[in-house]
Design a binder for this molecule. Structure first.
Ligand code: ATP
Length: 585
């Protein structure tokens, strides 16, 4: 397939923000591609060469991409850089400069998708002392043969700025349209949720249809999308919803990890599928040494503990393990414990389809426990009094609350979904404060006075799972300390844009727009219907959304969450209803 076809698809996708239209466009192209090509198209649409959890970064900063552009176009580095300042995107620079050049040269040969993949792979794999130069020349070689639109996307891909806004859910819609019936969408999504690999699902669908998709099973090496909890405002309601009896566990305040153990080794994934293996070498070693199975997938929360007293420490401590360098020192300084709460797979058996009591029993037998490996503290309760006492115990141990888990026959592990089989109940609910929100930065306001030269406030949004769009809920300017304000420009670097990002709906206009990427935890006094905010637009009043009043940054950057994992519109609506009438839920 010519790469110009793929670039043409990207171009069409970029010009629409309708999820339905995007799915139709992709379905059209997907149905005409061969299986191998389809896989590459799926990955490239999200700016990668493979699934999210297993692809190498290209390792090309904007300036290195610009160098390759100058090298190809014959412009000076200074001229290319000046244009980059004007346009803000290396893809646009390449399109402009190479467009001009292409009118005068006729030596290039047509690029195929295969060739682009081959060179991009070489760029990602280039290592060693002269790797930067190698990457630059490989890219220049590719640009030499690309037309302006192809160049735009190639440069964006290597610079990590693809951002044509194709969410995984839209891709699944497209696959269903191209290769199955609309009613098969759930089965296709299931295969994605248990493998986190869109390319794999696409290839199976294109070659073996729905039967092949049904054959896709949980397995070691493919992280499973995590199951999440709903919230309810009181322990009484939680018990009621669970049928009068449930398991309660401490809700530990750490980093969630999914451990994949096999004879080849142990890998740890974060809830957003990052590889955390290098950050917890001690836990990796314990899991490997003390596992009683050949292959196993378990989940747990990694929590920092006081080296002297073994008491659990607040979340900020375990984040010290997220550093890249000098891990040996961090391991010494920040000892951690893994509190395991679920078992999803063991020696060829898929446990995600089994009820929770069966999974928990298997988990209890899966390791020689002790030291840094333990199970979450659990108790089965059937009265509000018991639940209350358990909750108090959790707080005394410095946990952030408790998790209630269904013990019923249908209490399977629902990969990738939030439901009432797990219900969380936190300290904050009891003190009448609303739960915290995980909000996405979509804009920034320049600071004044003491904050001059920095950003002083942020425009924050929630995510709408149905439309794939972001709606604003507040302007956030409280809770920032000096260190955070200093770090903020770096955090947002590369995400700022001149106009509103494609998937953001906003009435309020910030000084600088920001692509959805950074998630911050925010506490608020209350929610209210608001004409200037766009989240849950029209749900409670025509022409108005729901806003968060007196928002305050809690100090917690949720870098374990992708923007799609932020608080959703559905959650916001449920929380607002809970606030209006706590007894009604
Ligand atoms: P929060 O922001 O409250 O952590 P969340 O959106 O990240 O919430 P929830 O589904 O609300 O996720 O809560 C589940 C999270 O709580 C898990 O992702 C996990 O990290 C953590 N956790 C701590 N203890 C437990 C436990 N015993 N069982 C399951 N999850 C637990």
């Amino acid at each position: 397939m010519d790469f110009s076809v793929v670039a043409g698809m990207f171009d069409r996708l970029e010009s629409t923000s309708s999820r339905l239209e995007m799915a139709d466009i992709m379905a059209d192209y997907f149905s005409k591609a061969g299986p191998g090509e389809l896989k590459s198209m799926v990955y490239l649409s999200q700016g990668r060469l493979g699934p999210e959890f297993a692809t190498k970064e290209f390792g090309m900063a904007d300036r290195l991409v610009l160098k390759a552009i100058s090298f190809t176009s014959g412009d000076t580095d200074a001229a290319t850089e000046a244009l980059w300042f004007e346009l803000g995107d290396p893809g646009a620079v390449a399109e402009r400069l190479l467009g001009r050049k292409k009118q005068t040269t006729l030596f290039s040969e047509k690029l195929t998708l295969g060739r682009v993949i081959e060179v991009l792979t070489a760029i990602a794999n280039a290592e060693g002392r002269d790797s930067q130069d190698k990457k630059m020349k490989l890219l220049a070689n590719l640009l030499h043969n690309s037309d302006p639109v192809e160049a735009r996307y190639i440069c964006r891909i290597v610079a990590g700025r693809m951002r044509i806004g194709v969410a995984s859910m839209t891709m699944l819609d497209a696959l269903a349209i191209a290769f199955a019936e609309k009613s098969d969408r759930d089965e296709i999504e299931r295969a994605f949720n248990v493998t986190s690999d869109l390319g794999l699902v696409a290839e199976a669908l294109a070659t073996g249809g729905l039967d092949a998709v049904r054959e896709i099973k949980v397995g070691v090496g493919n992280p499973i999308k995590v199951m999440l909890a709903e919230r309810l405002p009181s322990l009484g309601e939680i018990l009621g919803r669970m049928g009068g009896r449930c398991a309660l566990e401490y809700k530990y305040d750490g980093i969630r990890v999914q451990a994949h153990i096999s004879p080849d080794g142990v890998k740890l994934y974060s809830r957003r599928l990052e590889d955390l293996t290098p950050n917890f070498p001690d836990i990796v070693e314990s899991l490997r040494e003390r596992c009683r199975h050949g292959t196993l997938i378990v989940e747990g929360e990694c929590v920092a503990v006081d080296p002297e007293t073994e008491a659990m420490l607040p979340f900020q401590n375990v984040t010290l393990r997220r550093r890249k360098h000098n891990m040996a020192e961090a391991v010494m300084k920040v000892p951690v414990r893994l509190f395991m709460f679920d078992l999803l797979y063991a020696d060829g058996v898929d446990y995600t389809v089994k009820p929770f009591p069966e999974r928990r029993a298997a988990l209890a037998d899966a390791f020689e426990l002790g030291g840094d490996l333990g199970l979450t503290h659990l108790e089965v309760v059937s009265s509000e009094g018991e639940a209350d006492a358990f909750f108090d115990g959790a707080l005394a141990k410095k946990c952030e609350g408790i998790m209630a888990k269904s013990l019923n026959d249908d209490s399977v592990y629902r990969a990738g979904s939030r439901g009432f089989l797990w219900i969380k109940y936190k300290r904050d609910y009891r003190s009448d404060l609303a739960d915290t929100f995980d909000l996405v930065v979509v804009g920034a306001f320049h600071g004044r006075g003491k904050r001059a030269g920095l950003y002083g406030a942020l425009l924050m949004a929630v995510y709408d799972e149905d439309t794939g769009r972001y709606g604003t809920v507040c302007k956030l300017g409280t809770g920032f300390d000096d260190a955070f304000l200093e770090a903020l420009p770096g955090m947002l670097e590369g995400w700022e844009t001149d106009s509103a990002p494609k998937h953001v709906d906003a009435e309020m206009k910030p000084d600088v727009w920001v692509e959805p990427a950074v998630v911050l935890e925010v506490a608020g006094a209350e929610m209210s219907v608001s004409p200037i905010h766009t989240a849950a637009m029209g749900v409670f009043r025509e022409g108005s959304g729901v806003g968060i009043r007196f928002p305050r940054f809690t100090g917690r950057v949720r870098d374990d969450k992708a923007p799609e994992d932020a608080t959703t519109v559905a959650e916001l609506v449920a929380m607002y209803r809970m606030q209006l009438d706590p007894a009604a839920e």
